[in-house]
Write a protein of this length. Structure first.
Length: 240
């Protein structure tokens, strides 16, 4: 039987493929809708990190949780920015080299692996937390698939390869959940690391995509994402 954490991760992984397919098939999503989705998922992601993941990590490790959270935070910066010449969420609108697209993929593979770790670690604490982490991750999975697929296309890759890149992110997510269930160190430290990763993805990958835009709908979507998280947290806590 597939465990719930892995089953939910499969759904999140599928969203990576859907995001990639949306770009690869050239079906023009409305860009404003995508931007709002990025803002909404940023609010949701920052909220899950600060309201639930960080307190749980501190419960598990005490003050040492701070080191794990910082470690996760720095790990994303290192693998998606320091070691990678060019990467951002949102559609790639200029040409990039193949080396840029490949390095962006490697960085995102690590990030998506931790997405899976986060879902499984959440479920290990309690199903209601696992569900909240799942929703937070699901919301940014479409923009994530879209980002990798569009960077591949911008580097001159075929649509099939762009789709494959999205699918590989999905596979890394599933592996993250499976390994967390099998490996002792990952299941012990995964939640703390995932806290730092979620905080970085929300605040430093997604927020910069819209922070300079003076569009009240976009800005409202960010705060709306935080509010939605609080409502989801209340409902999921009540019915699980
Ligand atoms: Zn770019
Ligand atoms: Zn992700």
């Amino acid at each position: 039987m597939i465990r719930p954490a892995v089953a939910y991760t499969l759904i999140a992984a599928a969203a990576n493929v859907v995001g990639a397919a949306a770009v690869a098939s050239r079906s023009r999503w409305s860009v404003p809708a995508l931007e709002k989705m990025i803002a909404l998922s940023a609010g949701f992601m920052v909220s899950v990190a600060l309201l639930d993941l960080a307190p749980e990590a501190i419960d598990q490790h005490g003050a040492a949780a701070g080191g794990l959270i910082l470690g996760g935070f720095l790990l994303v910066h290192l693998t998606q920015h320091t070691l990678v010449p060019h990467f951002h969420f949102g559609e790639e609108v200029h040409e990039v080299t193949r080396a840029v697209s490949m390095s962006a993929l490697v960085g995102l593979l690590l990030h998506t692996f931790v997405d899976g770790v986060a879902i499984a670690s959440g479920f290990e604490v309690r199903p209601s937390l696992g569900l909240l982490v799942f929703v937070a991750i699901l919301l940014h999975k479409l923009p994530e698939g879209l980002a990798i697929s569009s960077i591949f296309l911008a580097s001159g890759a075929s649509r099939a390869r762009a789709l494959l890149a999205g699918a590989s992110l999905g596979i890394a997510t599933i592996l993250g959940a499976v390994f967390t269930e099998m490996s002792e160190p990952l299941s012990r430290y995964g939640l703390g690391l995932a806290t730092g990763v979620s905080l970085y993805v929300g605040a430093s990958n997604l927020v910069p995509e819209f922070q300079a835009k003076r569009d009240w709908k976009l800005q409202g979507s960010f705060f709306g994402g935080c509010a939605l998280y609080v409502v989801a947290r209340f409902l999921i806590g009540k019915y699980t």
